[in-house]
Ligand binder design. Structure first.
Ligand code: DLL
Length: 439
């Protein structure tokens, strides 16, 4: 075990013998499956329909008999239909984008929060973060799990958290300099923006004490990593997670920066073929599916993440026995991540159709210059009669559309009105999204 990890008992879990890990996972799984069956009407009815009882699942090989949970299930059971504990046991709720207007809701008991916090703590300790660090946490606080997730994990170590949240980039640079932050957490694209802003302000991040970056919530490439590491003289590490499973801290890179270790003792991973839904062996690319082994408020049994990756077969030089996945680069659905916000094209469509005068012909154009922030433009056809030649009216209409998009999808879009018939019609699937981002 590396020297910097010997400080904490939680990191010991990273080094369990594989047979011990299996035993631990199975014991937890039996408990959580029974809990979900007995306390969540959704799981109960699904299993009943398949004539399954928890005792019919005798090993992890039998898991494929169990149905999958999808975002659609969370949507259909909105808001609390998947809860498996009474509300007086729920101490916090988080939410993320659903496929249209309604978010998906995930609940946490006190114990669930402890599991989540432990994941973030393990991630941070794995990067070499200690009690002596100052963490500037620029993930958004609120229903998004980034802010509070990193906050709690940092506090569990006992370091100093600066809960600045996202945005106000000049202030980010000023406080990073004035408080001497040694660790920064935010989306990788936002950190590139912070580097640019600092340069504009005459601050060279390479001269500051910041030494570690905790980056996730969106795909990022090794080229981005190199640019970040060179631009701020830090080590840039991946942290992975999703709201449905808890938030950040489902897995994280170690100092070798080659694959994201998954905290398998809490989150049991499977890779499936997204078309046939059959399990795939380690080493083959498919969709990542998780079962939460010890989360009780909203247990997820076989949750389809839609993230595409593979489980790496070789062991890691760090000595951790928990497996690594290749960093996530793509999804098997059409969810877009725009400045860290998850957006489904169907949300934009739902928004557009709420505004009088719009046509269902639109295109979403995404751009990001290398190192810049994502920009989203919605090009929209409007009815001939709605096409006013008064600039004030056009602007008011654009503002209305922008407002509804923000309300439903949570992003600030540029809205461009185009002449009826000018968006190319398709004979098959309409091409709604033009993603020109350089990642
Ligand atoms: O993004 C949780 C998080 C916060 C992770 C802060 C890391 C840091 P959601 O908003 O529910 O939760 O989005 C989850 O984001 O299914 C992936 O598609 C993507 N994602 C998250 N982390 C990474 C990563 C948070 N490290 C969705 N690399 C996931 C690539 C990521 N994609």
């Amino acid at each position: 075990m590396p020297e910097h990890c010997s400080l904490s008992s939680v990191t010991n879990l990273d080094y369990l013998a594989p047979s011990r890990l299996r035993e631990l996972q199975w014991g937890k799984f039996e408990t959580i499956l029974k809990h979900a069956y007995e306390n969540s009407p959704w799981y109960h009815s699904q299993m009943q329909n398949l004539h399954l009882k928890p005792s019919d699942i005798k090993s992890f090989d039998d898991m494929c008999k169990l149905p999958f949970v999808t975002k659609q299930v969370l949507r259909d059971t909105y808001p609390f239909g998947l809860f498996a504990v009474p509300m007086d046991k729920v101490v916090r709720m988080h939410a993320s984008s659903g496929t249209t207007g309604k978010p998906v809701v995930v609940a946490h008991t006190q114990g669930d929060l402890a599991v989540w916090t432990e994941g973030v703590e393990r991630a941070l300790r794995g990067y070499g973060v200690t009690v002596n660090d100052i963490l500037q946490n620029a993930y958004g606080y609120g229903l998004f799990t980034g802010g509070l997730g990193l906050h709690d994990g940092g506090q569990a170590i006992g370091l100093t958290v600066v809960p600045i949240s996202g945005g106000n980039t000049e202030r980010q640079v000023m406080l990073m300099r004035d408080f001497g932050a040694t660790v920064i957490s935010c989306t990788p694209s936002y950190f590139l923006h912070i580097i640019d802003k600092a340069t504009e302000m005459g601050v060279d991040l390479r001269d500051l004490p910041v030494r570690i970056g905790v980056f996730g919530a969106e795909p990022w490439s090794d080229e981005m990593r190199q640019k970040i590491e060179a631009g701020a003289h830090i080590k840039a590490y991946d942290i992975y997670g999703l709201t449905e499973i808890c938030g950040p801290g489902v897995g994280a890179e170690c100092v070798h920066q080659n694959g994201t270790h998954l905290y398998e003792d809490h989150f049991y991973p499977e890779i499936i073929d997204p078309d046939t839904l059959e399990p795939l062996p380690d080493g083959q690319i498919g969709e990542l599916v998780f079962t939460t082994l010890d989360r009780f408020a909203t247990p997820m049994i076989r949750y389809r993440t839609r993230d595409l990756t593979y489980l790496m077969t070789e062991s890691c030089p760090c000595g951790r026995t928990i497996r690594r996945m290749k960093r996530i680069a793509a999804r098997s659905d059409d969810m877009l991540i725009i400045r860290g916000v998850n957006v489904f094209p169907s949300q934009i469509e739902a928004a557009l159709l709420q505004v009088e005068g719009t046509e269902p012909h639109y295109q979403i154009v995404l751009t990001r210059e290398f190192g810049g922030l994502d920009e989203i433009e919605v090009r929209l056809e409007v009815r001939q009669e709605a096409f006013s030649d008064k600039i004030g009216e056009i602007e008011a209409f654009q503002n209305r559309v922008r407002h509804v998009i923000h309300q439903i999808a949570g992003v600030n879009a540029k809205v461009s009105l185009v002449q009826p018939g000018s968006i190319p019609r398709s004979e098959g699937k309409a091409k709604r999204v033009i993603d020109q981002r350089v990642i």
